[in-house]
Design a protein around this ligand. Structure first.
Ligand SMILES: [Zn+2]
Length: 579
C-alpha cells in the first residue's frame, strides 16, 4: 500500500517559524516531512491529533550529556520532555581530546563544574578514544532516542595540549596556541558543532580549584577562534563572570570577528550583581547593531536549586551533628531526624566553617519554598517563603525547613531560586526573553544532577509563559515555540530541523496543551554505580517523534532509537532554500 509512513491528522500546527497556528495534517515519509496541509492522503500509520497541538521537537542547545551519550541510549530527562535534539559539550567541560593518564583530571573537572558524580563517570566512561573525532565515533556506536551533537570543550583541549600546566592555568606558549588552533580546526571538521569555554570563578573542579580555562590569555582565545575560521564553521559558547566587563566584551567582539562565526554567552541575574544583566544587555544589543553575530543564552525561570536530604545540598548539611548522617541511607536519616532531641540539637547548632556555599544559602530563608502537591511554583510569591511563614508564625525558619525536609519520608525538596529572582518575580526574566538577541538555553540537561533540574525549561516555556502566569504578562505560543525550535536550531547551524515544512526532519511533538503539566523533580539512582540524579516528568506529551519514528507515547518509551550523532552544520532542505 502506498501513502506516507505516518500522518498526524488534524492537529493545531505550530510550524516553528512563529507563524500563527493552523489546523492541518502533517505527512511523513522516510524520516522527513513531505507535506503539511488539509486532507492529506491516508498514511500507513496515523495519529489523530484533533484538539492537540503539533510542534517541532525542542532543540536544546545547552546540555551536559557528554558522558551519558557514551553509555546510555536514552537522553532522559530531555527526551521524555519533548527534546528531539540536544547539544552537549557546553561550558568548556567534556571528555575529549584526552591523553592516557588525564582521564581523572577531566572527570574531576566535570564533577566539580556540573555536579555529575565522579564515581559514575569513572564507571560509565570507556575512554576508548583520544582525539575528538574518536570520541564522536564512540558516541556514534550507540543508538540514541534523539539526535545528539557535541562541542569541543576548552578544558579538555587545554589539558590535552599543555598537560598539567594546562590544568594549573599556566599561560600557553606560542607553539601550544598553534596546536590548539590546529586541534580546533580538526574537531570542527570532524563534526563538532562548536567550541565552548568557561571563564567564571564560580566553576570549580571537584577539588575546589579554578577550572583550567579561567584566565586563558587573549592570544590563546584568538588562536582558537582562528581554528574556527580555518574550519569555516562552528559556534563559540562562553561563560564568564564579566567582572572585567570592558575587557571581556571587547574579547567576545574580537573573537566573533576573527572566527567569522557566532558566539553565545550565558546571562543570568545574580543576587550580588543584580544590575549586571542590564549592562550586558546594553552591550549585547550594541554588538548586534554593529553587525556582530552575538547572542545571550537565558533561562526562562530562576536557576533553581532543589534542596533535599537526597540531594547534594540542603541547609543542615554543614552542621556538625549532621556529619555522621551524611552517608546513611535516606530512611535512616529520616528516622534519626524524627528524634526530637536530635532536632533541637541540630537546629540550635552553628554550621561548621568550610562550607561557604551551603552556609550562604542556609541563611537565605526568604528564598526557600516548600515543594508541595507534586508541583514546583517557579515564580513563587515571596510571602510564601519558609522565611516569611516562620516570621508570621513567630518561629525560627530552621524549624519549618527541618520539618519540610523530612516530609514525604525525606523525599521532599525545597525550591531555592538561586539566580533570576532578586525582585521576587520573573519580570526581569521576561525582559531577557523578549529581547530578540537572546536565546532560550541553560537547561543544563544531564548536569547538576544532585541539585538543579531545569531540563523541563522548554515545557515550562509553554505551560507557564503561554498559559499559567498570572503575576504579569505572558507570551504567545507561536513565538515561544519558535524560540526553542527554529531559533535554537539555527543558532548552532542546524538548518535541517526546527520547522514543520516539507523537507525538514520529522522531529515532532504532539501535545495535549490543556493537560500539559510539569511534575516536581524526584531522585532516581540509575547512573552507573547506581549514583543519583534528579529526574522530572511531564504529562501531556501525547507523542514525541524523531525522524519519523514515535519514540515516546505519553512519556513512555516505544523502544525506537532513531537518534544519531550529528556531525557538523546541517543545510536547510533544498526545496525551501530555493524559494
Ligand atoms: Zn553549562
Amino acid at each position: 500500500m502506498s501513502g506516507p509512513d505516518l500522518v498526524i491528522r488534524g492537529g493545531m500546527v505550530f510550524d516553528g517559524t512563529g507563524a500563527p497556528a493552523r489546523v492541518a495534517d502533517v505527512a511523513i515519509q522516510n524520516g522527513r516531512i513531505v507535506a503539511v496541509g488539509a486532507d492529506l492522503p491516508a498514511g500507513r500509520e496515523e495519529i489523530d491529533a484533533s484538539g492537540l497541538m503539533v510542534t517541532p521537537g525542542w532543540v536544546d542547545i545547552h546540555t551536559h550529556y557528554d558522558g551519558q551519550i557514551t553509555w546510555d541510549s536514552r537522553m532522559t530527562p530531555s527526551s521524555t520532555l519533548g527534546a528531539t535534539t540536544v547539544v552537549a559539550g557546553n561550558c568548556g567541560v567534556g571528555f575529549a581530546p584526552v591523553r592516557k593518564g588525564d582521564e581523572d583530571t577531566l572527570i574531576r573537572l566535570m564533577e566539580g563544574v556540573e555536579d555529575i558524580p565522579g564515581a559514575a563517570l569513572h564507571e560509565g566512561l570507556s575512554w576508548e578514544w583520544e582525539s575528538f573525532d574518536e570520541y564522536m565515533g564512540a558516541v556514534e556506536k550507540l543508538p540514541h532516542d534523539i539526535d545528539v551533537a557535541v562541542q569541543l570543550p576548552h578544558g579538555a583541549l587545554r589539558v590535552y595540549v599543555m598537560g598539567e600546566r594546562g590544568a594549573n592555568r599556566e599561560p600557553a606558549t606560542a607553539e601550544e596556541n598553534a596546536r590548539m588552533r590546529e586541534l580546533t580546526r580538526e574537531a570542527i571538521q570532524a563534526g563538532a558543532l562548536g567550541f565552548s569555554t568557561t571563564r567564571t570563578m564560580v566553576h570549580r573542579t571537584a577539588d575546589g580549584d579554578l577550572t583550567p580555562t579561567v584566565g586563558a590569555a587573549r592570544a590563546e582565545m584568538e588562536a582558537i577562534a582562528q581554528g574556527l575560521a580555518d574550519a569555516g564553521s562552528g559556534v563559540l559558547q562562553w561563560v564568564s563572570d564579566f567582572q572585567d566587563m570592558e575587557g571581556e566584551f571587547a574579547l567576545i567582539r574580537d573573537l566573533t570577528r576573527i572566527a567569522g562565526q557566532p558566539l553565545s554567552f550565558s546571562m543570568v541575574q545574580a543576587d550580588v550583581i543584580p544590575d549586571q544583566w542590564r549592562e550586558l544587555t546594553r552591550r549585547l544589543n550594541e554588538a548586534v547593531d554593529d553587525g556582530l553575530p552575538i547572542k545571550a543564552q537565558v533561562a526562562g525561570r530562576p536557576v533553581g536549586l532543589m534542596l533535599g536530604l537526597q540531594g547534594s545540598a540542603h541547609p543542615f548539611i554543614s552542621r556538625p551533628s549532621f556529619e555522621p548522617l551524611l552517608d546513611k541511607p535516606l530512611a535512616d536519616k529520616v528516622a534519626i531526624m524524627r528524634d526530637p532531641e536530635f532536632r533541637a540539637r541540630l537546629i540550635a547548632e552553628a554550621p561548621s566553617k568550610g562550607h561557604p556555599f551551603i552556609n550562604s544559602l542556609a541563611g537565605a530563608y526568604h528564598k526557600m519554598y516548600a515543594v508541595e502537591n507534586d508541583h514546583v511554583d517557579y515564580e513563587p510569591d515571596p510571602s510564601t517563603s519558609l522565611g516569611a511563614k516562620a516570621k508570621a508564625l513567630g518561629v525560627h525558619p530552621d524549624e519549618l525547613i527541618y520539618d519540610a525536609l523530612i516530609a514525604d519520608e525525606g523525599r521532599a525538596f525545597l525550591f531555592f531560586p538561586m539566580h533570576n529572582y532578586v525582585e521576587g518575580n520573573l519580570d526581569n526574566v521576561r525582559a531577557m526573553l523578549a529581547n530578540p538577541n537572546t536565546l532560550s538555553g541553560l537547561s543544563d540537561g544531564g548536569a547538576h544532577v544532585g541539585a538543579i533540574c531545569d531540563v523541563s525549561l522548554p515545557t515550562f516555556m509553554l505551560t507557564y509563559w503561554c498559559r499559567d502566569r498570572t503575576r504579569g504578562p505572558r507570551f504567545g505560543l507561536a513565538e515561544t515555540i519558535r524560540g526553542q525550535t527554529k531559533d535554537t536550531a539555527e543558532a548552532v547551524g542546524l538548518h535541517d530541523r526546527g520547522v514543520l515544512a516539507p523537507g525538514y526532519l520529522a522531529d515532532i511533538n504532539v501535545i495535549d496543551f490543556e493537560r500539559l503539566r510539569i511534575k516536581a523533580p524526584y531522585m532516581v539512582y540509575d547512573l552507573p554505580t547506581n549514583a543519583r540524579r534528579l529526574m522530572q516528568d511531564a504529562v501531556g506529551y501525547v507523542a514525541t517523534i524523531k525522524s519519523g519514528e514515535i519514540i515516546y507515547r505519553e512519556g513512555q518509551p516505544t523502544g525506537a532509537l532513531p537518534g544519531k550523532l550529528i556531525r557538523g552544520r546541517q543545510a536547510a532542505p533544498q526545496a525551501l532554500a530555493a524559494e
